[in-house]
Design a binder for this molecule. Structure first.
Ligand SMILES: [Zn+2]
Length: 274
């Protein structure tokens, strides 16, 4: 099993609009697929920015297959291919010259709990939104929490931010595992908070997941979208908390049942609410 090859193969066969938004540190492509009506106001839906959450890339492929009716979205299934392959295949998946350092950062050969990219930066704390101030932020490379040398220091976070600025989306959704929660808040002023909470409730209804506040979040993609772009942005933590990281195909039925229609329902609700 190789999630990168699966997404690349899907990309090769995809007949709709598609693009490569950039490359990972180890040179792997980061693919994006457009779904929905042409010219519709589009959102961005991104997945697997955390390595051990690679199962969400397969949710992305199902979101693409499911399609959208009137709305549109760019789906980015695998933001962190290098990290995902570290989890799936271990240090052998990295270039030979990088393996020693990765094994050292990881403290061993078992990468199954690795969240970071190919040099120990946690991409979801590498965005420019109160960067470095979050709970659990770290200043040294490792499996999780290292914020990097500077915001957007990593090719993957840089590619996603660049693409986001180009698309100028009306919303973004980030799919993670696990815990069955929807995060929507990042210091929005009152009027935007009201708008964003209303949309979060749509996602909550679609997935069956409760809304949660994340007061100690910083540097995340969602945080940056809310703070810098001032658009509604959400994180969905798919998968029951009782599943163990890294969630695999045993958890996929549950994830699919609760999340496969969520992107569709969300874009429809966005259109209804203007
Ligand atoms: Zn995550």
């Amino acid at each position: 099993m190789n999630v990168y090859e699966d997404v690349a193969e899907f990309y090769a066969g995809y007949r709709g609009e598609k693009t490569v938004i950039g490359r990972s540190l180890f040179g792997r492509e980061i693919f994006a697929f457009y779904v929905g009506a042409r010219g519709a106001p589009a959102g961005i839906s991104q997945y697997a920015i955390h390595a051990r959450e690679w199962i969400t890339a397969y949710l992305a492929l199902q979101h693409i297959r499911r399609g959208l009716a009137r709305g549109g979205a760019w789906v980015v299934p695998l933001v962190n291919p290098d990290g995902a392959l570290l989890v799936q295949e271990g240090a052998e998946s990295a270039p030979a010259a990088r393996r020693g350092e990765l094994l050292y950062q990881n403290g061993g050969a078992d990468f199954s709990l690795w969240k970071a990219n190919g040099r120990g930066v946690d991409l979801n704390v590498n965005f420019d939104a109160r960067w470095g101030t979050g709970a659990g932020n770290r200043r040294v490379p490792g499996p999780a929490g290292y914020v990097g040398r500077a915001p957007f220091s990593e090719s993957e976070s840089h590619a996603l931010a660049d693409f986001t600025l180009r698309v100028s989306p009306r919303f973004t959704i980030s799919w993670h595992t696990k815990g069955e929660e929807v995060y929507w808040r990042f210091r929005q002023p009152f009027f935007r908070a009201r708008r964003d909470r209303r949309l979060a409730r749509v996602l909550g209804r679609a997935t069956g997941y409760p809304l949660r506040d994340t007061p100690h979040s910083a540097g995340g993609y969602k945080d940056w979208c809310i703070d810098a772009l001032k658009i509604p942005a959400f994180t969905v933590e798919a998968g029951k908390d009782s599943f163990a990281h890294p969630l695999g195909f045993a958890a996929f039925g549950d994830i699919l049942a609760k999340n496969v229609d969520a992107l569709f329902e969300f874009t429809e609700a966005c259109l209804r609410h203007g």
